[in-house]
Design a protein around this ligand. Structure first.
Ligand SMILES: NC(=O)C1=CN([C@@H]2O[C@H](COP(=O)(O)OP(=O)(O)OC[C@H]3O[C@@H](n4cnc5c(N)ncnc54)[C@H](OP(=O)(O)O)[C@@H]3O)[C@@H](O)[C@H]2O)C=CC1
Ligand SMILES: O=C(CO)COP(=O)(O)O
Length: 329
């Protein structure tokens, strides 16, 4: 990576726009936001506000907008900021324009639905030769774009690369912590969404803050078990990606996953809830399958998956969770 870096962010939604804004704000790198919808990009360039994704938030003058994949050709670091299930399609579209060996940073929180593969495996297969890193942790796009203080984690196979990326992307109000546990960091982000849905159900049903706190603590134990079973370090989820993000999205109504859960808890049918991206609604079934294949217990995650696929109703799920054998913590 050279001194004067070019950082490209692909995906002109809420998170991609916020990340591109903080990178542009550093003044250290040239930042370009690449979106696939030319009319959205033209509006962004004209008014410097993303009215659809980040209404009312002025984007930095230094940020460049483009709808052309060709503008990736100069990039030294590329962030993939589209939903989890769109990562492969994006790699197919944009991969041919990347310089060889350029690091690619996944900024999505999920697991591939069809294959149960982790997103790092997905992009390593789709973009051979590119080191694949993972950025995750607590941070709402709007908070990041407004310049409110936020901290997240970035993980690469080599800690030295994670550290370089952390330095390149961090700014005055956006701070990245480096890790070499890609499994822990990405599962923390994917699984907290499922647990945020569970917390939403608890809120929607009016079951109280004590129940929410219990879900957070027991949910963290579930995350940690799956991370260990899949070759990561269970302790990672006690950091920003995991506990940090779970506390944020289990308690803030800015969270789409929490709001989805609240609607479920209030009796709204799943079919009536479309529009916003709810990553946890995809991740729940995959995580439940992974728990089964690794023979570990993830009762909250499995209950959310069963509620979403319609095989379990919420009152029965609660009864089942509360009548599990008494055990040690
Ligand atoms: N919003 C947030 O606060 C945070 C989000 N995240 C994660 O970031 C990811 C994206 O979320 P978010 O930005 O909120 O979602 P949005 O729905 O706001 O934006 C998603 C963006 O991805 C684009 N996109 C979809 N498919 C492709 C593709 N194949 N190629 C290129 N672009 C594509 C969409 O383009 P189009 O509009 O043309 O469909 C859209 O601009 C999720 O995994 C989420 O969990 C992580 C932390 C914070
Ligand atoms: O992950 C997020 C903040 O860290 C955003 O959460 P939602 O996807 O639930 O809105």
């Amino acid at each position: 990576m050279s001194d004067s870096q070019h950082i490209a962010v692909i995906g002109a939604g809420a998170f991609g726009t916020a990340l591109a804004a903080v990178v542009a704000q550093t003044g250290r790198a040239q930042a370009v936001l690449i979106g696939r919808d030319a009319s959205v990009i033209a509006d962004l360039a004209a008014i410097r506000v993303h009215e659809g994704a980040l209404p009312g938030i002025r984007l930095p003058d230094a940020l460049v907008f483009s709808a052309r994949a060709k503008d990736l050709e100069g990039a030294d670091i590329v962030l993939f900021a589209m939903p989890s299930q769109a990562q492969v399609a994006a790699a197919e579209t944009y991969g041919p324009y990347l310089k060889p060996c350029v690091p690619v940073v996944i900024c999505a929180k999920g697991i591939e639905r069809q294959t149960s593969r982790l997103l790092t495996e997905v992009l390593e297969a789709a973009l051979p030769g590119h080191p694949v890193a993972m950025l995750s942790g607590p941070g709402f796009a709007a908070d990041i774009a407004k310049g409110l203080p936020t901290a997240m984690a970035i993980a690469a196979k080599e800690l030295s690369l994670a550290e370089q990326l952390a330095k390149a992307i961090s700014g005055q109000t956006f701070r990245l912590y480096a890790s070499d546990d890609r499994i822990g960091v990405q599962l923390g982000g994917a699984l907290k969404n499922v647990l945020a849905i569970a917390c939403g159900i608890v809120e929607g049903m009016g079951l109280g803050d004590s129940a929410r706190a219990a879900l957070i603590a027991r949910g963290l134990a579930e995350m940690s078990r799956l991370v260990d079973a899949m070759g990561g370090r269970g302790d990672t989820v006690r950091g920003l990606s995991g506990l940090g993000d779970l506390v944020l999205t289990a308690t803030s109504h800015q969270s789409r996953n929490l709001r989805f859960g609240i609607a479920l808890g209030q009796g709204e049918p799943i079919a009536a809830q479309h529009g916003a991206l709810v990553e946890g609604a995809f991740a729940a079934a995959v995580a439940a399958r992974l728990a089964e294949s690794h023979q570990i217990e993830m009762p909250i995650t499995q209950a959310v998956a069963a509620i979403i696929d319609g095989s379990l109703d919420i009152p029965t799920a609660i009864t089942q969770l509360m009548s599990r054998p008494i055990t040690t913590e």
